[in-house]
Design a protein around this ligand. Structure first.
Ligand SMILES: [Zn+2]
Length: 237
């Protein structure tokens, strides 16, 4: 029986490992979250994966499941500028990995160049991504350490909404088929303000301004001050 070992995890039979990765890939394809589809719940390998800590309860993939899948992606070295930025913010432990397969598909689908799993401290970057992408994805990781600072986040949001146009779907003519709702036009992309949940919006706005700030794009004074305050609070930790 062939087995494989990765990242110090117990060896898994190849067929069980393939099934685990199928579950993780399916979950990533469907978006955020960690529940497996009902049709997989009675699969014979689910109990094996549960006993090994890859599934908890009846249907949730654990961090360990995602980590096992992520370990199959090549690690890459981040650019010097990004390393310096991480050093300044005292961020350690990020794994930068080369996007492929289902991750690359998701990145393409979102018309982006990177994808971040902040809790797993893993950032995927596609080949040829320019510096703004690296900063943007790093921004998503830093969001985890600032999101509880509700006062700063509220100021960030208010300033961003005042700085970038907010439009309703009926006013938007250059994005056919866009779902009904209101959107903020930021960096040429429409960020939905009322369907993906405010958490996702705050996270995305932060990543965009974090990226712009580090890439030297001019930001309105008020927004610039808020960004610098928040970055200062990360450094001061
Ligand atoms: Zn983003």
């Amino acid at each position: 029986m062939s087995t494989s070992r990765s990242a110090g995890l117990p060896p898994l039979e190849a067929s069980v490992r393939s099934f685990l990765f199928l579950l993780v890939e399916d979950r990533i394809e469907r978006g955020d979250g960690d529940e497996i589809l009902p049709r997989w719940k009675n699969h014979r390998d689910v109990s094996v994966l549960r006993s090994l800590g890859y599934i908890e309860g009846t249907d949730r993939l654990t961090d360990k499941a995602f980590a096992a899948f992520f370990s199959t992606f090549d690690t890459i070295t981040c650019p010097d500028e990004i390393q310096r930025c991480m050093d300044e913010l005292r961020i350690t432990g990020i794994q930068w990995r080369r996007a492929k397969g289902v991750i690359l598909q998701r990145i393409r689908h979102g018309h982006g160049h990177g994808m971040t799993f902040p809790l797993a401290m893993t950032i995927f970057v596609r080949d040829g991504a320019a510096l703004p992408t690296w900063y943007h994805e790093l921004g998503h990781v830093t969001f985890q350490s600032i999101k509880e600072d509700r006062g700063s986040i509220a100021r960030l949001l208010a300033s961003a909404m005042a700085s970038f146009p907010v439009k309703s779907s009926s006013e938007i003519k250059d994005a056919p088929g866009i779902a009904e709702g209101s959107y903020m036009l930021i960096d040429g992309r429409y960020l939905g303000l009322d369907h993906s949940g405010m958490d996702a919006v705050e996270d995305e706005i932060w990543a965009v301004v974090f990226e712009r700030y580090h890439c030297g794009s001019p930001l309105p004074q008020n927004l610039l001050r808020i960004v610098e305050d928040i970055i200062g609070s990360i450094t001061a930790r």
